[in-house]
Design a protein around this ligand. Sequence first.
Ligand SMILES: C[S@@+](CC[C@H](N)C(=O)[O-])C[C@H]1O[C@@H](n2cnc3c(N)ncnc32)[C@H](O)[C@@H]1O
Length: 386
Amino acid sequence: MAMTAELPESSDGWVRDGAKELPVEQQTLRTRPELQAPSDTPRASVVDLFCGAGGLSHGFRLEGFEIAAGIDIDERCRHAFEHNNEAPFLRRDVASLNGEAVKELFVPGRLSVLVGCAPCQPFSVYNQKNHDPRWQLLEHFARIIAEAEPSVVSMENVPRLVHFRGGEVFTRFLAALKRLGYHIDWRIAFAPDYGVPQRRARLVLLASQLGKIAVEQPTYAPSEYRTVADTIGDLPMLAAGDIDEKDPLHRSSRLSPLNLDRIRAAKAGGSWQDWDEELIATCHRIPTGRGYTSVYGRMEWDAPSPTITTQFFGFGNGRFGHPEQDRGLSLREGAMLQSFPRRYSFVESDDEIEFKKLGRMIGNAVPVLLARAIARSVQCHAEEHA
Ligand SMILES: C[S@@+](CC[C@H](N)C(=O)[O-])C[C@H]1O[C@@H](n2cnc3c(N)ncnc32)[C@H](O)[C@@H]1O
């Protein structure tokens, strides 16, 4: 495999001086689009609504875009967003955000790009009853587009949004963009098709006032999908409940004696069905629980991981057991499977590290490599219409 030892120091300050030190997005063939150096001139000015820890912004930044600001209601995302994206984090509720104020954040004279991934939970399969009022944040996204008039818009969410409430919410969003004169393209993107070592599907929408725009076609064939082994195979070994001495994010949650017995019995790609009867939880023995087979499994080395949810650090929450060590995924491993660079900083050095808080930031993020593909689509479009 062609490695990139001669690449210059990156803007995130990480010297890429050897294969082991390469961040996930660089550990692949040189011909990949994400390895082509972005131009030195910042390409456009990006404002990120619902910016979270900055997965989406970081993808744009790695493609040479300047991030003007990130906006989110959760103060706990400030450090990760600002530290890795050299841009201010503005704590605001998008529901009461004025689009005129967003317009002023864009750098004058540059292409204005408004990106955003509103909370996905209201549309998710786990929220079948759809009582979560946060789906209305998508309507506020549309309102802010109308008020801020960005040249290009990028919207990401879970595929289920397309059919939510019989398709009414998505159709309204599309209609609002069309009324404002935007050209639109959207697709359900499968993250491994863009180099992400994780099975995750996302709705990706692009809209432009400049003319026709298209979401980039897949760049990885199934035979080339990046795997769990490619991504986290060289991380130091850990026991359940331990913390790596060099990277406080490489920590895994404690396991009870019963769960330790269970993970020892777990097979890669399997579930609790592989265990002896006495290890199986009562809820899985009864008829209504027998169908839940995608929990208490180990990941497979030679395949992309399952979708990294906000609960990925819990062995019982999915197929999130380490492929061979007797523990769940560490926070760092989850972040790397989301294609965050290995040194992405999520908390200040003296901050307490909470699994729940970090799990939410990491699991909610747009995978950085998917974000890079979106950013390249925007760049390609901008060059066509320059
Ligand atoms: C799916 S996550 C965004 C992930 C982010 N784009 C990334 O790639 O890392 C949704 C974000 O919306 C934020 N959020 C939820 N309600 C909000 C509101 N009313 N106003 C602003 N942000 C909100 C959450 O705090 C969360 O960080």
